[in-house]
Design a binder for this molecule. Structure first.
Ligand code: ATP
Ligand code: MG
Ligand code: FE
Length: 339
């Protein structure tokens, strides 16, 4: 079954074709980062309008790269939420129209299920059960995955998401938007242990997170400092270590609590090199397995939506042909995909 995947939940237009027999056939991404940079954040109306401009050309490009035409598709998957309502409606409208015209099924995919399943696009994919660490711009969650579509929330951030903390911390030290990856790069030049920040909520039981206090600690340290380039890198290093350590401590707890032997990591912060190293080391020490998507599939992309949608369509799931999206949507409410 060949499924076209469409991602338009925020500021990236992503398109891919996933073939349940042959795997990922092609994928393409257009990022709106430059469009929003001068505003220092995503402007929803500009995002919607740019998806309108970019989506059809990107679908043509992706199909051409896969050596396919629209007639070769057996289904369409699109991000139905959570996300920006206008941006979601662009993808849903195009996907539904295409499916209706070709008389093929379409399915709305939960964006975070897309992220969660992205590690399964790599070679030798793990089988559930596992623990998933979702660390993106809008979410920080630990999820017990008993099967595809069977998700139980173990813990989540009570305030800022991990990616949001990276972005806001970068901004307050004067780094250009979007700051997260820049801050991570800078941390690579920072010296260890010059700045040490708290590991929030690790001194008490539970699997929830809180990252907003860390940002304030960084702000105070930055304001008191000489604000030199080396100091900025040292603070970035201290901040990154604190976030990564906190995430690793909670992952270890979640694995102990569930008894699961596999950890999968997804979302933009999953591209962070120090986090990958730390969790690799944890897995080696404990004889566990940890799986990441390739860095390009940590952040938003069409491949994860094509894949998640293909699993559901191949299992016979379908929805009514209405253009409906869910800007807020609890992942635990999803139905399991029968194997
Ligand atoms: P959500 O999926 O929750 O709706 P989103 O789609 O905006 O949010 P993603 O695209 O998964 O989030 O990830 C983007 C986030 O990842 C940004 O906050 C960015 O700063 C962060 N990020 C990307 N690369 C890195 C990195 N190397 N280190 C740390 N953070 C990173
Ligand atoms: Mg983005
Ligand atoms: Fe995302």
């Amino acid at each position: 079954m060949r499924v076209l995947g469409i991602e338009t939940s925020c500021d990236e237009t992503g398109v891919a074709v996933y073939d349940t027999a042959a795997g990922l056939r092609a994928h393409a991404l257009y990022s709106q980062v430059a469009l929003h940079a001068e505003y220092g954040g995503v402007v929803p109306e500009l995002a919607s309008r740019d998806h309108v401009r970019k989506l059809l050309p990107l679908i043509r490009q992706t199909l051409a790269e896969a050596g396919l035409t629209i007639d070769d598709l057996d289904g369409v998957a699109y991000t139905a939420g959570p996300g920006l309502i206008g941006a979601l409606l662009v993808g849903a409208g195009v996907a539904r129209a295409l499916a209706w015209a070709r008389e093929i099924p379409a399915i709305g995919v939960h964006h975070m299920e897309g992220h969660l399943l992205a590690p399964l696009l790599e070679d030798d994919p793990p089988q559930p059960p596992f623990v998933a660490l979702l660390v993106s711009g809008g979410h920080t969650q630990l999820v017990a995955v008993e099967g595809i579509g069977d998700y139980r929330l173990l813990g989540e951030s009570l305030d800022d998401a991990a990616g949001e903390a990276f972005d806001k911390t970068a901004k307050l030290m004067g780094l250009p938007y979007p700051g997260g990856p820049e801050l991570a790069k800078l941390a690579g030049q920072g010296r260890p242990d010059v700045y040490t920040f708290a590991r929030p909520m690790t001194d008490r039981p539970g699997l929830d997170f809180s990252f907003s206090g860390l940002k304030t600690q960084v702000l105070l340290a930055w304001q008191k400092s000489d604000r030199s380039a080396q100091t900025r890198a040292d603070i970035a290093r201290g901040f990154e270590e604190a976030v990564v350590d906190t995430l690793a401590i909670k992952c270890q707890r979640a694995l102990e609590q569930t008894g699961h032997r596999t950890l999968i990591v997804a979302g933009g912060v999953g591209a962070n090199r120090r986090l990958r190293e730390k969790l690799d080391a944890l897995a080696r020490r404990r004889g566990l397995r940890v799986c990441f998507p390739r860095p390009a599939f940590c952040t938003d992309n069409g491949a994860m939506i094509a894949f998640a949608g293909a699993l559901r369509l191949a299992a016979g799931q379908r929805e009514a042909a209405t253009v409906a999206v869910q800007p807020r949507w609890d992942m635990a409410s999803l139905s399991p995909v029968a194997p």
